[in-house]
Write a protein that binds this ligand. Structure first.
Ligand SMILES: [Zn+2]
Length: 268
């Protein structure tokens, strides 16, 4: 794993004859890059994945919020928070560019991370029911470590949001900690299916809910969310909690944008 001189994380496939690295780009292409000014990375404990990125895969755009940007803002602040706790951490995406799911998963596996958290915010064209408690959703893998992580994330995040904000939240049937599988039994979501690293995907809340969107634009929200996510990750690394309260349902997810729709950032 290597951070290029332009601060883009890439997976190293090998060395070219001239000492340059052959790498897989964020969009999943092969490239040969200069090693000067870059940084080799290994042995990272925690990988944070800011969901979406680039001009095609914006994530949800509603109520004046672009999901890819909010996810990155929280991920960057969470990186700082974890460093301050003495936890080594890296992001799968460091700025606004496209990145395929396979590459995000490969980055976490390449550094041997103990866990990965994928940061998202939810939206819907329909109006999910209102609720007095946050409708955060955490999607997990079949493995017990992912489920332990998911339970900690859900508990810390929903407790913090409820303590800080009195809102009419959106809350769909997926609120809670869930495994979502296709009818054949495979994982539905690419960011859950692909990584060997224990991974949980967090939908913190609904930007399609005007009341929540007002909150999500505030710096204080970023601080509240980051503190809760950091507490959950620190508790996970300390061996805390067990993955109880898991729900499951079957669902066939749509495909995320692939390499052909993805524009790579400058690598040098
Ligand atoms: Zn998303």
């Amino acid at each position: 794993m290597f951070f290029t001189s332009t601060n883009v994380p890439v997976v190293v496939k090998g060395e070219a004859a001239d000492g340059r690295y052959v790498v897989t780009t964020p969009c999943g292409r092969e490239a040969t890059i200069d090693t000067a000014g870059g940084t080799k990375v290994f042995g990272v404990q925690v990988v944070i994945d800011p969901g979406h990125g680039g001009s095609v895969d914006t994530g949800a755009v509603q109520n004046g919020i672009i999901e890819r940007d909010l996810n990155l803002k929280i991920s960057g602040a969470l990186q700082t928070d974890l460093w301050n706790r003495g936890i080594s951490v890296m992001l799968t995406r460091t700025k606004n560019y496209g990145e395929v799911l396979a590459q995000r998963a490969a980055l976490a596996d390449a550094v041997g991370a103990k866990l990965m958290v994928s940061i998202h915010h939810n939206s819907s064209g329909a109006r999910p029911p209102s609720s007095s408690s946050p409708g955060s959703e955490v999607f997990v893998q079949a493995n017990p470590e992912s489920q332990r992580l998911g339970k900690l994330l859900y508990d810390k995040v929903t407790t913090a949001l409820a303590a800080n904000y009195s809102l009419s939240w959106y809350r769909s049937v997926d609120a809670g900690v869930l495994r979502v599988t296709e009818p054949g039994g495979d994982e539905s979501y690419g960011m859950i299916k692909r990584p060997k690293t224990p991974t949980a995907l967090v939908e913190l809340g609904w930007i399609s809910n005007p009341a929540e969107a007002t909150v999500y634009k505030q710096d204080q929200y970023v601080a509240v969310a980051v503190d809760a996510l950091g507490d959950a990750i620190e508790a996970f690394l300390g061996g805390g909690s067990s993955g109880t309260g898991l729900k499951s349902r079957t669902f066939t997810a749509g495909l995320a944008p692939g390499t052909s729709q993805c524009t790579d950032p400058a690598l040098e």
